[in-house]
Write a protein that binds this ligand. Structure first.
Ligand SMILES: Nc1ncnc2c1ncn2[C@@H]1O[C@H](COP(=O)(O)OP(=O)(O)OP(=O)(O)O)[C@@H](O)[C@H]1O
Ligand SMILES: [Mg+2]
Length: 251
């Protein structure tokens, strides 16, 4: 572990958040734990945390280059990210470009229907209530966010989707959907937090539509870490892979 880690603030299902010497900054440690089906399936898979941190760091960098305000400061270890400390908003902001997963179970969309404009959905980040879907009225009534904050979150999410869709497409991947979380920094700005990784996105191969994401694990199939490794290989530059000692993929 890096030296700037001080004390454990919070431990979640896949990451630990640590205090640092600076109260405005935290370290997010990406663990190798993976869960799915509302905690019903669990495993620990070597390198998973590292790959998720490397991918998240890269995507936060791309977003920053396009003017999106993110928590990201830098990686201190391949699986430890130094970030701004945020007061998290308990929303899972879900953005979908293609209809799949729970959307097909709950609504009469066609399988793989293109969603344009993308569908944005808010779930309540609350394990006791099993993350129910919210609407603007429930969000404002529960005082989770104001209408202005929600409008802002929607606007930023559309920008994030556009930027990442294009970048990942150029890497050979389709950004099918993703889940993000926002928080407030100490000035009260809405900032993108948490992670953007194959744990929290659906990524398909442009040609074959094969999954490169947690759906592999949800379906109980093998090879989830190899798929994440492949995403690292596609999104990082050769220099970045060398810097973080990412193993080459045997073709
Ligand atoms: N920049 C940040 N500052 C403070 N907390 C953050 C930041 N980014 C993410 N978090 C929080 O850190 C935790 C990350 O851990 P993880 O994703 O493993 O938790 P989780 O399983 O999603 O959820 P839960 O909070 O329900 O345990 C989340 O609660 C997330 O909201
Ligand atoms: Mg989480």
């Amino acid at each position: 572990m890096s030296e700037i880690v001080k004390e454990l603030l919070y431990t979640g299902k896949a990451k630990d958040v640590y205090k640092t010497g600076n109260e405005d900054e935290v370290i997010i440690k990406f663990r190798d734990d993976i869960t799915a089906l509302d905690g019903g399936r669990k495993d620990t898979l070597s390198k998973k945390g590292e790959y998720n941190a490397l991918i998240s760091a890269k995507l936060f960098e791309i977003l920053e280059e396009h003017g999106v305000s993110t928590q990201y400061i830098r990686l201190v270890e391949p699986n430890e990210m130094l970030t701004k400390s945020l007061e998290m908003i308990p929303l899972e902001v879900i953005c979908r470009n293609i209809a799949t997963g729970s959307l097909l179970r709950k609504y009469p969309f066609h399988k793989n229907q293109r969603l344009d404009p993308p569908v944005i959905q808010f779930d309540y980040k609350n394990d006791v209530y099993h993350d129910p879907m919210l609407n603007d009225s429930i969000i404002t009534a529960l005082k989770i966010a104001t209408q202005e904050e929600l409008d802002k979150i929607r606007e930023i999410t559309h920008v994030i989707n556009k930027v990442l869709y294009k970048f990942l497409n150029e890497c050979g991947l389709i950004l099918v959907d993703f889940k993000i979380e926002f928080g407030f920094d100490k000035e009260g700005n809405i900032v993108l937090g948490d992670e953007i990784s194959p744990d929290t996105t659906r990524l398909w191969d442009i040609e074959t539509h094969d999954n490169f994401d947690k759906d592999i694990f949800r379906k109980g199939e093998k090879g989830v870490v190899d798929a994440y490794h492949r995403v690292v290989d596609l999104v990082l530059t050769a220099e970045e892979k060398e810097k973080w000692n990412v193993e080459k993929i045997e073709m």
